[in-house]
Each structure stands twice: as C-alpha cells, then as structure tokens.
Design a protein around this ligand. Sequence first.
Ligand code: NAI
Ligand code: MG
Length: 359
Amino acid sequence: MAEVKKIAVIAGDGIGPEVVAEAEKVLKKTEELFGYQFELEHGLFGGIAIDEKGTPLPQETLDLCKKADAVLLGAVGGPKWDNNSKELRPETGLLGIRKALGLFSNIRPAVVFDCLKDASTLKPEVLEGTDLIVIRELTGGIYFGEKFRRDTENGQEAVDTCVYNVTEVERIVRQGFEVARTRRKKLASVDKANVLETSRLWRETVNRIAPEYPDVEVEHVLVDNCAMQLLRRPSSFDVIVTENMFGDILSDEAAMLTGSIGMLQSASMGEGSFGLYEPVHGSAPDIAGQGIANPIATILSVALMFRLTFGYAEAADVIERAVKNVLDAGHRTGDIAVDKSKSIGTVAMGELIVNAMAR
Ligand code: NAI
Ligand code: MG
C-alpha cells in the first residue's frame, strides 16, 4: 500500500466547489487504479470564510495546509465581498496564504491541445506546437510593496511601491533555469530593464547565474515585447520566468492561447516538494451555480500535483490522457465549445474523464 498523502482541499467561492468536486472524483479514481491513499481534509477560505469566520484566511485553514503534503484550491472572490475593506477581501486571503506557506513561485503550463485549436482566437498555424510554462514570482514586487494614499495640493495621490531583493530574484530565476533544464532548455527572462530599477537588478541576477547553466539558452525579453511575441510566435517559448505583476498579466495572456481559461492548471511552490495547486481561473460569479463551469483546469491541477509534489508521473499521464481522449471524442463544456448548444455541464465532463481513466 502506498504511503498516506494528506491533501488540504479548499473549494472556496463561486464555481470553486463545483470544479473541485470533479477533481476529487479524479483523485478517488487514482486510489482505485494505483492503490494510492489520500486523506482529504476540507477547509474554509475566501468569501465563505469571511461569512462564517469573519476572516478570509482562518487560522485553522492555514494549520490544515501546513500539515498537508499538498493543497488543492478552487477559487475565491465575488461581487458580494468586492466593497469590503482590505482585511475582509477574499483576495487578501489569497495573497496571505501564499506568503504564510512560503510559496514564492507560480508555475503555469500553457499547452495547446490539437483538437482545441479551433477554440482559440488565434490561427491554428500560429498555435501549432505551443507548449510553454510561465514561472511567476509570487511574494514580492508591487503587489506587496508599501501602498498608501495622501492628500496633495492637486488632490488625492495614490502610491504603490515595487521592491525586490536579490535573494527573491535569485531563487525564482534558479527555478526557471532548473525547470528549463528538464524541458527544451530555453529560458526567456522577462523584465522592463529599460525603465525599472527592480528589472535592472533582475537582469543582472540572471546574467550572473546563467554561466552555472551553460546548457540553457537565455533570452532577455522586455515585457511589452513579450506580450506581442506570445501572440506572434508562441511555440518558440519554452520557459518564461518573470516578476509578480508581469507574470500575472502574461500568464493570463498565455492562457488565451489555449482557447479558455477553464483549461489551465497551476502550481504555487516554495522550497521542496510542497505545493498549492489550483486552476488559473477565478470564481466566475457570472456562471456560478449553473453547473456549466469547465472542471478541466482543476483536474489538470491534480495531474500537476502528482508530478511536482508526489512524483506520481504515471498517474499524471493517465489523467492527462483521459482529458485528451474525452476532448478528442468531441465533448466540450460551453467555454470551449464551438457549437454551444451541444455543450455539456461540469458533472458530465468530470464523469467522462473519470470513466476514461485507465492504466
Ligand atoms: P474569472 O476567471 O473568474 O472569470 C473570467 C471569465 O472566464 C468569466 O466570464 C468566467 O465565466 C470564465 N471562466 C472562468 N473559469 C471558467 C471555467 N472553469 N469554465 C468556464 N468559464 C470560466 O475572473 P474574473 O471574472 O476576473 O474574477 C471573478 C472573481 O474571481 C473575482 O472576485 C476575482 O477577484 C476572483 N479571482 C480569484 C482567483 C483565485 O481564486 N485564484 C483568480 C482570479 C480571480
Ligand atoms: Mg490573474
């Protein structure tokens, strides 16, 4: 019997619980197929935690995550909490959990499924062969810098500060090189070194470390140029490493190459194998409760967990192959369907994938 693995499951708000339920079915199926043992413990997080516990990130949820081997997260947020004060916003919990768990990198693969090339707004020949990973720094930069308002003679002024220290840059850049090494050995480091001091430190750090990875080819790309090249030549990218805000934007752009944000999995990692796995998308309040959300991003997040945290590569292959087979057979949720009238719901998609899973 395999060792018991503890997974903290945090469904969150909106479509979070709907898509996480399907991912849990996939986990159960791998127990059947491979004899794995997962101990799932559920915690409150985000808007629902604000309603029930008065804080987006209750201590007991954080404790649950800390004693787990991995965390599976749905999504948080929604219009109900949008006007709350900062401490009582779901997104504050999201930033807080990453910080508290020491998660400094966000890993987002963007792989174009051949049979979904028609669901993207880009031409199929541009998308052909696209298989890239965006690695985004998560704990520094402008999202965490000092922010405040002040009154001036010209009215109110708002200030956000962007801070990076060399240790923060070095550990994420090293992860970029390491991941590139396991793939096509190409690293695009994205910055705005022509304007920003933090970017100049970033670029210096990349250049200092690069000689330790002679097998990896490094390209420096300015962020605005990267935004363009992702649309012009996406298949030429292998691993992109960048700071927090640039990575937030570029990874959403990369998401669109695949046709839908409902297809994209992600991992947030620190040192070691612990990771938090979640779909890239948010709580999608516009479709929540309708049973039509695409569960594939969350299901593929489980595959990523198997690869990066548990080393269950064979089971990860089984999940990814099942997703591919179901898509190849023509099944689509609304977000990836060309003919929306023939689309299927969240539960139906989850069940098709579970049934397609075989060793
Ligand atoms: P979103 O990703 O929730 O939705 C954007 C659009 O994509 C919507 O039209 C939605 O219906 C669609 N969509 C997203 N996931 C889908 C899925 N699985 N299947 C089918 N369609 C899907 O982003 P939005 O609207 O900007 O944010 C909504 C809420 O989610 C906000 O409160 C935001 O703060 C929060 N959010 C939370 C995140 C997280 O928990 N990690 C990440 C991004 C946003
Ligand atoms: Mg985002």
